[in-house]
Ligand binder design. Sequence first.
Ligand SMILES: Cc1cc2nc3c(=O)[nH]c(=O)nc-3n(C[C@H](O)[C@H](O)[C@H](O)COP(=O)(O)OP(=O)(O)OC[C@H]3O[C@@H](n4cnc5c(N)ncnc54)[C@H](O)[C@@H]3O)c2cc1C
Length: 519
Amino acid sequence: MSTTNQKNVAGDQDAALVGPGQSRDRGREPGARDVDPVAVARLVDRLRAIAGQDHVYTHPHQTRTYESDGLLQYKVTPAAVVLPASAEEVREIVRACFEADVPWVARGAGSGLSGGALPVEDGVLIAVSRMRRVLDVDIPNQRVTVEPGVTNVEVSQAVSADGHFYPPDPSSQIVCSIGGNVAENSGGAHCFKYGFTTNYVTGLEVVLSDGEVVQLGGKELERPGHDLLGAFVGSEGTLGIATKITVRITPSPEAIKTMVAFFDSTTEAGSAVSAIVSAGVVPGAIEMMDPLAIRASEAATGAGFPEDAGAALVIELDGSRAECEARFDDVVRRCEACGANEVRVAQSEAERATMWKARKAAFAAMGRLSKNYYVQDGVIPRTKLPEVMSRIADLGEEYGMAVANVFHAGDGNLHPLVCYDGDEDAERAEELSGKILQVCVDAGGSITGEHGVGFDKKRYMSRMFEEADLEAFQKLRCAWDPPGLANPGKVMPTPRLCGEVPGPYRQHPLERAGLAERF
Ligand SMILES: Cc1cc2nc3c(=O)[nH]c(=O)nc-3n(C[C@H](O)[C@H](O)[C@H](O)COP(=O)(O)OP(=O)(O)OC[C@H]3O[C@@H](n4cnc5c(N)ncnc54)[C@H](O)[C@@H]3O)c2cc1C
């Protein structure tokens, strides 16, 4: 094993990074390249020798299980699925793919919502779901080291008896893997106060696309040199595969108080969010549900939320008992001043759990109201909430499609769920989703808050980034993975050869503004 500080990650610049750059194309699939079928057949034999006969799937009945992630609109069946049991097996599998020149995709729990774990046709899917060991719990140093297939919630469970927890909490936390969280830089309800995955990962063991194992960071928080750990977190499986993950944990708060406030409109609820935050209160979580999301969630959970409410804010304060009590009344008053017509306070852990169930079940519950829905994920400055919500409603009306909204209001991280009936409406739903993302970008926001770019949103990357920025991303990617075998066809809108010179030099906007220079 080497450390990346010693490794020349500039790599060789000759090999090809190939991808189709198409959207919703059911023909040639993402990352498609000319893979020699004989090489694949030989590779499958090697994979069986490495992981065992029972842990390599090639029959369509088996591989179809892995054809999509949580974004069911895209489907690709891989040539083979392999389920390694250890980091050493991952290393051997990746090395075998490198020698056969066959691309591969890492998969955790497959709950991603941007098609990031969508397989590559003729490629190998490396599913780490058997790698479920908690390797080290180090309470004095507040660190936990796990294998990548451990679920998010299992990290908190491993340390709860010692009075600690792992704060980033995606709503999918009971199924999603820590490996997937690292790859997506996942967020969750409590990230407004506590920060995202990137703020908690201190060390990674990574297998690069040539099979070399590198160690990035460790238990310590700071290391000299370029932030390679930071580059890997959020890289969506395009730089390598994480086989060991060390995260920071934090003491559980002394007290938690949870409430849900109901309003007549999302505009009123949005102004309550701004009022609370402007007053200097940092809630542990502040989550919004619109009327459609409330109705769907109520149908699924029976939490007792009024079905005629115009908006619900689930607000949680945590910290010392004294601070919680003092702040709580203030938050209730501010909600009422902004138009809350009812405020319910959880009186027990069971009531708190019910409020959270109502919020966290909202995505899945949408299936009760609509045959299909398209989940989007954009970010806006918090203060633009009322304006953007009304623009989304207008777009929904224009397209004749209902759009439900359930989101992390504190972070301005929206999740519009575009509802549609049959497959014939799928493309219009997707078009509407794209327009909603444009509204987010126009409002000074981003095309993704936490679900990643994956396959679904790579076509929108150039709405946010200049060609010069995309070139810089591409160089970084090629430096880690010169042959382009790790999750090709994802994230980058215009894949090209790693060594290719991408046209004449154009001045970066920062250069034009005199804020940066080329050297
Ligand atoms: C109902 C629902 C609610 C959700 N709520 C949230 C939320 O609140 N916040 C949020 O951020 N997300 C949320 N998500 C999205 C999703 O759960 C997260 O993106 C999660 O981190 C994905 O983890 P996974 O194990 O399922 O990864 P997968 O879907 O299997 O993979 C995701 C990406 O990670 C890569 N990858 C997986 N494992 C590794 C590895 N070991 N090394 C390198 N790359 C790897 C894959 O190649 C892929 O690009 C939600 C999803 C659902 C279905």
